[in-house]
Design a protein around this ligand. Structure first.
Ligand SMILES: [Zn+2]
Length: 321
C-alpha cells in the first residue's frame, strides 16, 4: 500500500516524470535522491504506478490497484541486495513485456548494493530493452557509483515544510496530540515524523532529556536522572537522538524563530532555551557526539550516560549566563 500518495504526487520528481510521460519522452533510467527512506520508497512506487498506468497514474484502474497491492507482473522490485538477487533482477529486465507497453525495474535503496555488484548493472542501465524503465531510489547518493549516477536522470525530492508533514500525519490518522511534537522533531523528514509519532519510547526519552537539561543542579541529581533513563530497557542512542533534537529546537529559538507550542514538552524546550546560551548548546551537542563515538567503540552504556550527564552539568556551570 502506498502511503502519503496525495502529498508525494505534488512533488517535483513526480511532476517531472509525469511531464516526461505525457510528452512521450520517458527515459529508461531515473534516480530519485532524497534523505528520507519512507518518502523515497513510497515515491518510487508512485513513479512506477505512473509509468504502468494508461491514464498517467490515476490510482483507480486495475493496473494502479495492482501496483498498490504489489501484485503487478510488470513491476519487478529488488528486495535483497546479494549477488544472486541482483543477477536475477538483471535477467528479469530482458524478459519480454507481458502486458501494456512498459516494464518497471525498481530498486528503492540502491546504495545498499555493494559497488562491485552495482558495476554489473551498468550495461543493462545503459541499454535496457524497449519499454523497460529503471527507477532507482537512494537516500545516500555517496554510496552510488558515479558511473551509475551519470546514466540516470536525477530527480531530487526536497525536505517538506512543517505544515505539509503535519497534514500528512493527520491524513494517516496520527493522534492530534502527537502531530505537533512529531512534526517539529522531524525537521522535514516524513520517515522521522512517522517514527516519532508511533514510538512512545522516543516520546518518553524526549521528556526525560528535557528534565535532564532543566533540573540537574548537582552531581546528586545525576544519580536520579540515570535511574530515570531506564538504560536496561531503552537504548542510549534513543536518548541521544532525543537530546540532539531538543538542542536543534533550542538553537532555532536562539535564531529568533518565535512560534509557541501547544505541546507541553515543546513549550518547555522553548522556556529552556531562554536559560541556555549558544556556547551551552554547542558544548552539549559535542557531548552527544562524543557519547555516540563511545557507544560505537563498545563502551558500557551506563558509563557513557554517566559521563554525558556529568558533562552537561559541567557545561551548565562553566557557560552559565
Ligand atoms: Zn491508473
Amino acid at each position: 500500500m502506498i502511503k502519503y500518495s496525495k502529498l508525494l504526487m505534488q512533488s517535483k520528481p513526480y511532476k517531472t516524470m509525469l511531464t516526461d510521460k505525457t510528452h512521450g519522452m520517458l527515459g529508461h533510467c531515473y534516480m530519485l535522491i532524497c534523505d528520507d527512506q519512507v518518502a523515497c520508497s513510497n515515491l518510487c512506487t508512485l513513479l512506477a504506478r505512473l509509468v504502468l498506468c494508461d491514464e498517467d497514474g490515476c490510482g483507480v484502474c486495475r493496473s494502479c490497484i495492482r501496483v498498490d497491492n504489489d501484485s503487478h507482473t510488470e513491476l519487478i522490485r529488488l528486495t535483497r541486495y546479494n549477488a544472486d538477487s541482483v543477477r536475477d533482477f538483471v535477467e528479469y529486465s530482458y524478459y519480454s513485456i507481458g502486458e501494456g507497453n512498459y516494464k518497471v525495474m525498481l530498486i528503492d535503496a540502491f546504495d545498499k548494493i555493494e559497488p562491485r555488484l552495482q558495476n554489473t548493472l551498468l550495461k543493462t542501465l545503459e541499454e535496457p530493452c524497449d519499454g523497460v524503465v529503471f527507477i532507482l531510489g537512494t537516500t545516500k547518493p555517496s554510496g552510488v557509483l558515479a558511473t551509475i549516477k551519470s546514466r540516470a536522470k536525477k530527480l531530487y525530492l526536497d525536505k517538506f515544510d512543517d505544515a505539509t508533514i503535519a497534514l500528512a500525519l493527520r491524513q494517516e490518522g496520527v493522534e492530534e496530540e502527537l502531530v505537533q511534537k512529531a512534526t517539529v522533531c522531524a525537521s522535514g523528514s516524513l520517515g522521522r515524523a512517522e517514527k516519532i509519532a508511533g514510538d512512545p519510547i522516543f516520546i518518553e526519552a524526549f521528556s526525560t532529556m528535557i528534565d535532564v537539561l532543566t533540573s540537574m543542579k548537582s552531581s546528586k541529581d545525576v544519580v536520579n536522572m540515570l535511574a530515570k533513563m531506564r538504560l536496561n530497557e531503552v537504548e542510549l542512542s534513543v536518548y541521544l537522538d532525543a537530546l540532539e533534537i531538543i538542542l536543534q529546537i533550542m538553537l532555532s529559538r536562539q535564531g529568533g524563530k518565535q512560534e509557541d507550542f501547544e505541546d507541553e514538552d515543546l513549550q518547555q524546550v522553548v522556556t529552556l532555551s531562554a536559560t541556555f546560551n549558544n556556547a551551552m548548546i554547542v558544548n552539549v551537542h559535542r557531548l552527544v557526539c562524543d557519547s555516540r563515538k563511545k557507544i560505537d567503540s563498545n563502551c558500557r552504556k551506563d558509563f557513557v550516560a554517566d559521563r554525558l550527564l556529568m558533562g552537561i552539568l559541567e557545561v551548565k556551570y562553566i557557560c552559565r549566563l
